[in-house]
Design a protein around this ligand. Structure first.
Ligand code: PLP
Length: 308
């Protein structure tokens, strides 16, 4: 949606790669290289988007990663959009807790750093354990924006404002039942059941796929996705090229045609040249997921053998 908005408003997009080797963390080198690309293309970077937890990688960023990106944005005079819609989908909270970008910025401000950084944080009711893309409701919180910009943003936002249904959902999201409330016990039971299922599927799928030849996968620490890497052979890469596709696009096309399972190729998100991925969601219920994985495993082995 960011690319769509950028092209709609006549802007230009420059992407930065995440580092798969460090659990899909940010790399300062990749940010600097994106900046170089801006300079080469004669672009003035205005804004950087940080998605944490991440779609499609399922990674949760560390404090240091967020600090790096804030300092980078400040140094280069960019607005930061912190897209944190998966902030409650945190599956390894001991090692990868959710850290809010605003909190890091305020910590830095206390040390006299990055004062005045423009920041917009975003949240949505469609993730977490609530709407899951059904109800449309969200909020944004801003720091240090010019009041004239805020006024224009409010105009734009009021045109596409959330409907009543979404507003009620947002209110419930921000003010969930508290212990002692009549609905607390049921809410807690349902919330925990959904959360535990997501956490267990994230771990289960990654463990399963790491056992398949030619796939490797970081265990998702957040969001709703598993993002495995396909170690495609040269033969697969060439077969895809003949169809004007990347190897992961060929894999996903064959998968849906032969099994009915739909996943998105990494090529759709942008990925390091010569690497191939697919993104799957972990929303399917556990039983169906296990069944799908059996069919998929057979497909996967046949596909890898075919292009050996
Ligand atoms: C990172 C991220 N931000 C925002 C959205 C969109 O949220 P909404 O459903 O509120 O439009 C998505 C949807 O998948 C997403 O992955």
């Amino acid at each position: 949606m960011y690319n769509a908005a950028i092209s709609y408003y006549g802007g230009a997009e420059v992407s930065y790669d995440l580092d798969e080797e460090s659990n899909w963390g940010f790399s300062l080198a990749a940010l600097e290289s994106a900046l170089d690309e801006c300079r080469t293309r004669g672009l003035v970077p205005r804004c950087i988007v940080l998605t944490n937890p991440s779609n499609p990688t399922g990674a949760v960023q560390t404090y240091q990663d967020i600090q790096n990106i804030i300092e980078f944005a400040y140094k280069n005079n960019m607005l930061v959009i912190a897209d944190q819609v998966y902030q409650h989908n945190i599956y390894e909270p001991e090692t990868y807790p959710f850290i809010s970008c605003r909190q890091v910025m305020l910590d830095l401000n206390k040390q006299g750093k990055c004062q005045g950084l423009e920041l917009i944080s975003i949240n949505s009711v469609s993730k977490s354990c609530y709407g899951e893309c059904g109800r449309r409701g969200g909020y944004w919180q801003y720091e240090n924006l010019d009041p004239k910009v805020v006024s224009q943003l409010l105009d734009v936002i009021s045109i596409g404002a959330t409907n009543t249904d979404g507003m009620i959902a947002m209110d419930v999201y921000c003010n969930p039942p508290k212990p002692g409330d009549v609905s607390y016990a049921l809410w807690k039971k349902e919330y925990d059941a959904i959360f535990n299922a997501l956490q267990s599927k994230a771990r289960m799928v990654a463990k399963e796929m790491n056992g398949w030849e030619g796939l490797s996968c970081c265990v998702p620490t957040g969001a709703m996705y598993v993002y495995p890497r396909i170690h495609a052979s040269q033969k697969a890469v060439e077969a895809a090229k003949k169809l004007n596709k990347e190897a992961d696009e060929l894999y996903c096309k064959d998968l849906v045609e032969q099994t009915g399972i739909v996943v998105l190729p990494g090529a759709m998100f942008g990925q390091k040249a010569g690497t191939y991925h697919f993104r799957m969601t972990i929303l399917l219920n556990q039983g169906d997921m296990e069944e799908a994985l059996l069919t998929w495993k057979a497909f996967h082995h046949a596909w890898m053998t075919r292009y050996q």
